[in-house]
Design a protein around this ligand. Structure first.
Ligand code: IVH
Length: 699
């Protein structure tokens, strides 16, 4: 969409705008150049959401965005429908009107193995009269399908699939999806009106974050990203749609009107056109090949890579590439004859609900866990599944002895999709919820506004153990070689009684335990010592404050220089922080006003655990990263890019947005592209691998 020349110009303009942000006449500059500013924001949205390769930091983007927003607020007459600010949805939608698709949204015929594809190819050849057909093969995105209509280069309308003929109009929600352009130059191809089909998804990492948050709030999570994308498209709070970070892949042009013949004549050409116009089409994922053998080889190979993709796919779609041939082959009332889906191995399976155990978590929440007949699904054997709470059991209509459908997509924890009430024999039994804690026997309690029963005995063994397990876990203090089993063992043996106890372990006694040789003892000791300098957000998350997941923990860590400062925050002040609402603020406030918690913090500090903000700490320390500039390119394997960037900043380094002589280190991951080439030409830049980078970090 943007060639090198345009990229350079836009990036230079960005630098110029950022440099003049503090100029007195900045508003005048905006007034004279408002379209330039909008174009810059569109360009950076494209780099971020379509190319996945941002050139500026989030903060720099926000600075420019806020400038445009401020100007438009003061000059509402100058707002255009395709201004980047017009994605922002406010308020509630009352209903989604029904609209008819320009062309019915058909389904796809399915195939499950090579023989099915060979058979389909034979029929396609018969229909076309050709000896060999050129196919375009692309992923089958596992999300919710949508249609988009553009008229005169502007997004005019968007709808859900509905029954294929009539769907729900969801334009306002679709505008929240940053990879859907609000305007696109279809006129360059002589196109006046166009209907495009695609799939809305939530990528795996955003889905996990979203589900973790639901679990943290005691709300049952979604079974898979597909359900959560479909649900998100139809929620009435538009701003919430924006927060869910939906993405859209556009893979089919179903209709267009034109005054000339300047359009692509192949499906792959259409995908190229969409990509060029700023859409996220599967241009990079598609393969154009002749003959079904190569198709089969490709789809089978792609299936092995399924789990490494950032989003869920449930198969591949094979399409006849020549559009004239597609037209000739036509369609049935159900599916086009020129396309077929190749479905990957199912990640659903049926099983039997044998019994229910009740587990007590670190917040005292009592969670029912279903014991099920062992079943292999998505490559693992599942024998138990969380069924969340009493309401969920009722909603899913679960009974002991039921036949159930379960699903495990990717690395998502298995979920029950439904029970088969029609298969009941009459011997099934109702699931009874306990009234007392299954661990300590204390009476259970359920606040009216919550769905979860809790044990409110602070000394309940289960809660103490779970709190310690959470503290040492990967997303919290990440004390490797500690793990759940060791926590339980040490607790049972009286070697560990609370969180500060982690730092007071009697290694001599542990050394006497079977399986604890010198090496494992040394590892454990080193991991515990290393955790003392973990970034503050990990400590905050590890403390297990209710409703504070790892994202909120990061927000909180940025507010203070020292954790103890939270004792001075009011609930109102806490609510000023991003994503911190009344409920979360209340919980944080209570945590930092609880005598026992404050005592724990004091103990931790006395034991050498830093309560200080890492940025301050890095400034005084002398790490090899201090004062150096870094840039990451390509896919990192061990670290998430955002974590790697955070590490740089925590250790006194700086992230820069592009390759220039000001760059000290370029950290190169897999499939690095133009940045690497550019950096090679500048001798002062040190080009290092992810491993080299990790070695630079202080232990
Ligand atoms: S083409 C007229 N391509 O799968 C042909 N569909 O199970 C339109 N899907 O209804 C469909 N990825 O919602 C096509 N690359 C892809 C797709 C895809 C996902 C969905 C689509 C369709 C469903 C059929």
């Amino acid at each position: 969409m943007y060639n090198n020349e345009q990229t350079k110009i836009l990036q230079a303009q960005t630098t110029e705008w950022l440099a003049s942000m503090n100029a007195k006449n900045i508003i005048e500059i905006v007034a004279l150049n408002i379209e330039t500013l909008r174009n810059l924001l569109r360009f950076h949205e494209y780099r971020y959401y379509i190319e996945n390769d941002p050139l500026i930091t989030d903060r720099e983007y926000d600075t420019l965005y806020k400038l445009l927003e401020k100007f438009e607020q003061e000059n509402p007459g100058l707002i255009t429908a395709d201004s980047p600010t017009q994605r922002v949805g406010k308020g509630l939608v009352s209903s989604f009107p029904k609209v008819q698709h320009l062309v019915p949204m058909l389904s796809l015929e399915n195939s499950y193995n090579a023989a099915d594809l060979v058979d389909w190819d034979r029929k396609a050849k018969e229909l076309s009269g050709l000896a060999d057909i050129e196919y375009c093969v692309e992923p089958k995105f596992d999300g919710a399908s949508i249609s988009l209509i553009y008229e005169n280069d502007q997004l005019y309308r968007s709808a859900t699939r509905g029954d294929g003929v009539v769907g729900d109009e969801i334009t306002i929600n679709t505008k929240q999806i940053k990879s859907v352009p609000l305007s696109a130059k279809f006129s360059n191809y002589g196109i006046e009106q166009i209907e495009i089909r695609g799939e809305v998804l939530i990528n795996k990492s955003n889905f996990k974050k979203f589900n973790d948050k639901l679990i943290e709030e005691g709300i049952p999570p979604f079974a898979n990203p597909r359900n959560s994308a479909a649900g998100s498209l139809r929620i009435k709070d538009t701003a919430e749609v924006g927060r869910r970070n939906l993405e859209a892949f556009l893979y089919h042009v179903s209709y267009f009107t034109t005054t000339n013949t300047a359009q692509p004549t192949t499906h792959s050409g259409m995908l190229e056109m969409l990509w060029t116009l700023g859409f996220r089409s599967p241009k990079k994922e598609m393969l154009v090949v002749k003959g079904i053998d190569k198709v089969i080889q490709h789809v089978e190979e792609f299936e092995t890579r399924r789990d490494t993709l950032p989003y869920e796919i449930d198969g591949m779609v094979v399409k006849v590439n020549d559009l004239a041939l597609q037209e000739k082959m036509g369609m049935t009332s159900h599916h086009p004859r020129w396309a077929i889906a190749f479905k990957f191995k199912a990640r659903q399976a049926t099983s039997k609900l044998l019994g229910v155990n009740f587990q007590v978590g670190r917040t005292g929440a009592v969670t029912p866990v279903a014991r099920i007949e062992a079943v292999a699904v998505g490559g693992v054997t599942v024998t138990s599944i969380s069924i969340h709470n009493e309401e969920y059991i009722r909603e899913k209509d679960l009974m002991l002895g039921d036949t159930i459908l379960i699903e495990r997509s990717g690395d998502v924890i298995p979920q029950i999709v439904k029970s088969f009430a029609e298969l009941r024999t009459g011997s099934e039994e109702v699931i009874h919820f306990p009234t007392t804690c299954p661990v300590c026997g204390h009476q259970l309690f359920k606040p009216e506004e919550e769905a979860v029963w809790r044990c409110i005995n602070i000394n309940c063994t289960a809660q103490i153990v779970e709190r310690i397990i959470h503290f040492v876990s990967k997303d919290a203090m990440d004390i490797k070689s500690f793990g759940e089993a060791n926590v339980r063992k040490f607790y049972e043996l009286g070697l560990l009684k609370d969180v500060p106890g982690i730092y007071q372990l009697n290694y001599e006694a542990i050394g006497q335990l079977p399986g604890f040789g010198k090496k494992s003892l040394d590892n454990l000791q080193a991991a515990i010592a290393g955790s003392k300098l973990q970034p503050l957000h990990r400590l905050i998350y590890g403390l297990g404050i209710r409703y504070v997941g790892d994202t909120t923990a990061k927000t909180l860590a940025n507010l203070v220089d020292d954790l103890k400062e939270f004792t001075d925050f009011t609930e109102e002040q806490l609510q000023q922080a991003e994503d911190v609402g009344v409920k979360v603020a209340g919980s944080i406030y209570r945590f930092f006003h609880d005598v026992e918690n404050l005592h724990t913090l004091k103990q931790l500090e006395a034991l050498g655990i830093s309560l200080k903000n890492q940025k301050k700490r890095a400034a005084i320390s002398d790490t090899p990263l201090a004062g150096q500039t870094f840039l990451f390119t390509g896919t990192l394997i061990q670290l998430k890019r955002s974590d790697a960037e955070a590490k740089v900043e925590e250790n006194g380094g700086k992230i820069v947005s592009g390759v220039s002589s000001k760059l000290n280190y370029l950290v190169v991951g897999d499939d690095a592209g133009s940045k690497l080439e550019k950096a090679k030409k500048i001798q002062t830049i040190k080009i290092i691998s992810e491993e080299d980078f990790i070695k630079m970090l202080p232990v």
